[in-house]
Design a binder for this molecule. Sequence first.
Ligand SMILES: Cc1cc2nc3c(=O)[nH]c(=O)nc-3n(C[C@H](O)[C@H](O)[C@H](O)COP(=O)(O)OP(=O)(O)OC[C@H]3O[C@@H](n4cnc5c(N)ncnc54)[C@H](O)[C@@H]3O)c2cc1C
Length: 465
Amino acid sequence: MVIVGGGPGGYEAALTAARHGAATVLIEERGLGGAAVLTDVVPSKTLIATADVLDQVAGSPQLGIRDADTGAAPTGQTLDVDLAAVNRRVKDLAAAQSADIRASLTEAGVELVDGRGRLDGPDRVEVLDAAGERLGQHEADVILLAVGARPRELESAPCDGERILNWTQLYELDRLPEHLIVVGSGVTGAEFASAYRALGSEVTLVSSRQKVLPGTDADAADVLEGAFARRGVTVRSRSRAETARRTDDGVVVTLTSGEEITGSHVLMALGGIPWTADLGLWTAGVRVRDSGHIETDRVSRTSVRGIYAAGDCTGVYPLASVAAMQGRIAMHHALGDAVSPLISTQVSSAIFTSPEIAVVGVSEEDVLSGEAAGEVLVLGLDTNPRAKMQGITEGFVKLIVRPGSHTVIGAVVVAPRASELILPYTLAVAHRLTAEQVAGTFTVYPSLTGSLAEVARRQVLDSQE
Ligand SMILES: Cc1cc2nc3c(=O)[nH]c(=O)nc-3n(C[C@H](O)[C@H](O)[C@H](O)COP(=O)(O)OP(=O)(O)OC[C@H]3O[C@@H](n4cnc5c(N)ncnc54)[C@H](O)[C@@H]3O)c2cc1C
């Protein structure tokens, strides 16, 4: 097995293949763990861990907490953030995680190769150095391409790593931006807008859409917009950034309307471009879509027998968890094991804003558009006793069940730690539990999970009326 790319798609596949006894080579150009570990998931969630603490401080006055010296109610701004220390921690943690992955791969017997992999026909991968010189080649019975994606940039707003930044460059900052303009209100833009506001920056979010988080549950996006408004994040909706340029002491972002927004820094969060252009795909005849994503089926096969692809380069779901699952599925399929294909309606994911938003399965939009048949019920967290005790004032749970059978087919949780709270619903979707079964399951009293069962009870009652 020859695997190109050492992110979650590639390294999970390599571990699976090697542990099943296959001779496995993993070629990685930049660092094991991939973008997920080195620049994307691990760094952003580590930064957000610091932001979360400040958010809790900001919410603590209503719990009776006062500054010991002044007696004043603490706010997020009462505390100072040493961004250099935060970013040191981020980079140390990413490096440690990458080293852990290297150790696991070595222990499993994977041969690790530093360099750039490129297809040289359907059953051979050549390895190049940074200058494009050929270092060697590997014959393969099976090839997995898991090369990920890189940040999309605007030609008219080239990132310089100092003032005009993509998300991989944020961790070089040693001082908090005074005013961060975030261009792009998808998941990445929303997460960084939320985090930097909590850290103490003034934040303006430039969104080309009417609502932030396009494609996400509309009620969840409303809650987040409310939270942004309350916490002082300025959202410029229906605004498209045309250019960004540096000034002596900051940046100016010009919108297509001609209006200018000035700030100290700008973060371009415009999504990713698959890293497939120079992968030699044509030498093997691997089909790609216009977007550059490699075409795959639900068991990660490409158009060429023996070549599989996983992760962000396939454009299936830009999630580390999905990349890992696609990589494992590819290896099991290649090894001839019985394999369950990737079921998109079972994927759960989270947006790590404040509050967090987690979703699984069919969405309410799918139901409204007629794409799926479902009954939708929403329960606010305002009636949940634990939420009251903890001073949680926003959030809800939403359950979507199949009419008649009441099988759980989708859910949304908006709450602190929604990323953890979604699991019971993910289990329900994956194992086709009914609302009755969820309703009849013990929950701890008092707990936020109480609302997960309560909304199911109400769903059952509603359907009996
Ligand atoms: C800011 C941000 C936050 C995110 N947070 C989350 C999150 O919380 N949860 C989540 O599930 N997902 C999250 N994601 C998405 C997640 O990062 C990706 O889905 C995940 O990294 C995809 O894994 P991958 O293996 O496909 O690619 P990657 O992690 O990008 O790894 C691909 C690897 O391939 C290497 N490579 C590329 N070309 C070659 C070549 N020719 N030869 C050798 N090596 C090559 C690259 O150097 C890279 O190391 C986030 C994304 C961003 C941008």
